[in-house]
Design a protein around this ligand. Structure first.
Ligand code: SF4
Length: 446
């Protein structure tokens, strides 16, 4: 009985202090937003102090407070009781605070956690898409892309030594980042023609010795049109030193060695490794912005888009047959340059869109392209039909002519036959008969 009476009184007191102390918190809890949670987190210290004050005030005003369900405790030790009471009150205050929402789980990646290996199932229609894209690259709207003539793999001079060609391929790749193929090709041509010889009598042009000797200012000027040319000048000079010091004046023969060079990332390393004038060895897919972007548009990298080219490389390498690892760069870079542009994709000219194979196709553009194609088809059909009619009419004309000619020839032949018969008849009649016949004719005339 005593316990119940004391509990009621204490509950009333506690509520008073509790309401006063938590008025701010309660107000906050009405609108639980991220910013309010942030404010709450920032005010933790102040609240803690406030709660201690509440607990102290409650303790000063009466006996120990208890929350429902709590076990009865031994009241002999006052200090212990005070601590316990403070803890109880703080627990109740904590209960009144809006609890921050649990942080969302990190987005699951397309990786198997135990091994880090990528697990991507090949898209069901990838072979058809690949074949259509390849046809477009070879003979369709994406044929003759800039990469076909000015890609890094094609910029090494054929007449140079194998070692110099490898160096030139590496330099072309280093210059290519954030730079159009056309601009890159121009800068490479300047290096190949204007880089001064490192000593009298040596040939000018792009090789390691001349790169080591060139003044950085001149080098910067020669490559001045490419993006980030100041940094690239530094990287080229540093790389030349490393190649001479660590790689016998050649380029590194491994991906690891290539990526250790300043300004050389995995994309460049894989392209350099697989290039005809590089090491001509395919060890991975060279994923540039076009490959990264287009494969994500197509959903080739798993249910969620990959965030970096490296993730894309891992995803693609998990299912794309190895014999396509080199070709896919050529395929998609050209497609990205000519049709599937980063801005203003030409879905109306793209076979993948027109045939309903691309899930990212712009429908309006595709419909427009189909209308254009149908119209073009109609015009062609009409032209073809007109040609056919003309050919037939010409044929008919020839036929009539031929008939007339044949008839004339027939008649002529018949005439010749008649004359001949008459002559033959005359020849076969006896002379007397002819004479009589002549006399008869004369009588008739007379
Ligand atoms: S249909 Fe459009 S989005 Fe798809 S590959 Fe072609 S151009 Fe790119």
């Amino acid at each position: 009985m005593f316990r119940m009476t004391r509990s009621s009184r204490l509950a009333g007191q506690t509520s008073k202090y509790f309401d006063a102390a938590t008025s701010t918190t309660a107000a906050t809890s009405r609108r639980l937003t991220r910013s309010s949670l942030a404010r709450l987190a920032a005010s933790t210290d102040e609240e803690r102090a406030g709660k201690n004050a509440v607990a102290d005030a409650a303790l000063a005003s009466g006996p120990t407070l208890r929350t429902p369900g709590e076990q009865d405790v031994d009241d002999n030790d006052d200090d212990d009781d005070d601590d316990k009471a403070r803890r109880r009150i703080r627990r109740r205050l904590d209960g009144a605070r809006p609890q921050p929402r649990p942080r969302p789980q990190a987005r699951p990646q397309n990786h198997r956690p135990a091994t880090g290996a990528v697990t991507i199932a090949p898209p069901t229609d990838w072979e058809e898409m690949y074949a259509v894209a390849k046809e477009m690259r070879l003979h369709g709207a994406a044929a003759n892309a800039a990469v076909d003539t000015m890609g890094c793999e094609r910029l090494a001079q054929r007449g140079a030594s194998a070692r110099d060609r490898r160096f030139q391929t590496l330099v072309a790749l280093m210059l290519s980042s954030q730079t159009k193929d056309t601009v890159n090709a121009e800068a490479m041509a300047r290096l190949q023609n204007e880089l001064p010889p490192y000593k009298a009598g040596a040939p000018p042009g792009l090789n390691l010795e001349n790169m080591l000797a060139v003044d950085p200012k001149l080098l910067n000027e020669l490559i001045g049109k490419v993006g980030f040319h100041n940094n690239k000048t530094k990287y080229l000079k540093q790389t030349a030193e490393i190649l001479r010091r660590d790689y016998g004046s050649d380029i590194p023969p491994t991906i690891q060695g290539l990526t250790s060079l300043p300004g050389v990332g995995p994309k460049m390393a894989h392209l350099c490794m697989s290039a005809e004038h590089g090491w001509n060895r395919v060890e991975g897919i060279g994923v540039d912005v076009h490959v990264h972007r287009i494969t994500n548009l197509w959903g080739w990298n798993g249910p969620r888009p990959t965030r970096t080219p490296e993730e894309t490389r891992a995803a693609l390498e998990s299912w794309l047959p190895r014999d396509r690892w080199k070709e896919i760069n050529w395929l998609l870079v050209g497609l990205g340059q000519a049709v599937c542009l980063p801005v203003g994709r030409r879905c109306g000219d793209c076979e993948l869109g027109l045939r309903g194979l691309c899930r990212a196709a712009d429908r309006a553009k595709v419909n427009e392209g189909r209308r254009r194609r149908e119209k073009g088809g109609e015009v062609k059909r009409e032209a073809k039909a007109a040609e056919q009619v003309k050919a037939e009419s010409e044929l008919d004309g020839d036929g009539e002519e031929a008939k007339v000619k044949a008839k004339a020839e027939e008649d002529e032949a018949a005439g010749r036959e008649g004359v001949k018969e008459e002559a033959d008849e005359k020849k076969t009649q006896p002379e007397g008969t002819v004479k009589i016949k002549k006399e008869e004719d004369a009588d008739v005339d007379g």
